[in-house]
Design a protein around this ligand. Structure first.
Ligand SMILES: NC(=O)c1ccc[n+]([C@@H]2O[C@H](COP(=O)([O-])OP(=O)(O)OC[C@H]3O[C@@H](n4cnc5c(N)ncnc54)[C@H](OP(=O)(O)O)[C@@H]3O)[C@@H](O)[C@H]2O)c1
Length: 281
């Protein structure tokens, strides 16, 4: 087991929960960050993919013998982001890995755009990942190590009807992290961006994503091998890259895939995903 600590945003459900479980299975202590503490999804449409709380995710990890804590954080609020990092440092003494996974959609044509919604999308998808880095980097810089990655979307690089705002946010996230990768390269910190493909989550089931229906839908766990591998990188081994989850093990293959602690295994951690589902939301 390692003593490394990871903060994962959007860990209450979906892709973020899978990343939390995957990192925990590889020995990381996980700080699960999102807003939901009480699940109210029962009986609502899409309850299966909408359900989940930060405490459920932490409990799943702790029940399997791992170490996790849920910390409530609204990523639109600077104070919450600052407190999240401070709480992780106070409790565990270090932050080795920062995963900016949380993201929200902004489905609208430009003429009908709700400006408050756009601002929220930019706050969660762009501003929050940058502020998380601002607050967590000092401890990484002091130890000259760390790995940061964000979850992007094919929409950053391809047209998705009704997604001008969302596409802008993901393109900004990519550029931001590629620039940050250069800024912190001399300090041995890796910064990368991972595109998950089309994944069976609330974001996908709730929204209407024309033009993506032909892409096979992956389960959230499919991201685990790529996420775990990225978490272990340094600026010398792999940094400044935007990579596709579906290409992991094909065009960006580690020398030896990480193996999970069998006690904490989620079932998908040791597997390489197939080459399908290249471009998702
Ligand atoms: N699903 C796909 O096909 C797909 C494709 C490409 C990219 N992505 C990206 O993958 C990432 C994860 O999405 P997902 O598919 O897993 O969607 P999801 O099931 O809707 O999960 C989104 C997560 O973000 C959290 N979140 C939303 N607003 C937040 C806020 N203000 N403060 C803190 N946390 C917040 C949610 O938690 P709370 O509601 O509990 O706060 C939830 O845990 C996103 O960045 C998304 O853009 C998804």
């Amino acid at each position: 087991m390692s003593d490394r600590v990871a903060i994962v945003t959007g860990g209450s459900r979906g892709i973020g929960r899978a990343i939390c479980l995957g990192l925990a299975a590889h020995g990381y202590t996980v700080v699960v960050a999102a807003r939901t503490e009480v699940d109210t999804s029962a009986g609502t449409p899409f309850a299966k993919v909408a359900s989940g709380t930060i405490h459920d995710t932490a409990r799943m990890i702790n029940d399997r013998g791992g170490m996790a804590v849920g910390i409530k954080c609204d990523l639109t609020r600077e104070a919450d982001i600052r407190t999240l990092v401070a709480a992780a440092l106070e409790r565990f003494g270090r932050v080795d890995v920062l995963v900016s996974n949380a993201g929200i959609d902004c489905e609208s044509s430009v003429v009908d755009l709700d400006i408050d919604w756009l601002d929220r999308c930019l706050a969660v998808n762009v501003r929050a990942p940058l502020l998380l880095c601002k607050f967590a980097l000092p401890s990484m810089l002091a130890r000259k190590s760390g790995s940061i990655f964000g979850i992007t979307s094919g929409a950053a690089r391809a047209y998705r009807p009704g997604r001008v705002g969302y596409s802008m946010s993901k393109a900004a996230l990519e550029r931001m992290f590629l620039s940050l990768a250069e800024e912190v390269r001399p300090h041995h910190i890796a910064v990368n961006v991972l595109s998950p493909g089309r994944v069976d989550t609330w974001m996908n089931r709730h929204g209407d994503w024309p033009g993506t229906g032909h892409i096979p839908m992956a389960q959230p766990e499919s991201i685990i091998p790529a996420a775990v591998w990225l978490a272990a990188q340094t600026a010398t081994t792999f940094t400044g890259q935007v990579v596709e989850r579906a290409d992991f093990g094909l065009t960006w293959r580690p020398a030896s895939p990480p193996s999970p602690d069998p006690k904490l295994s989620t079932g998908g951690c040791g597997e390489y995903p197939g080459r399908n589902n290249r471009r998702g939301q």
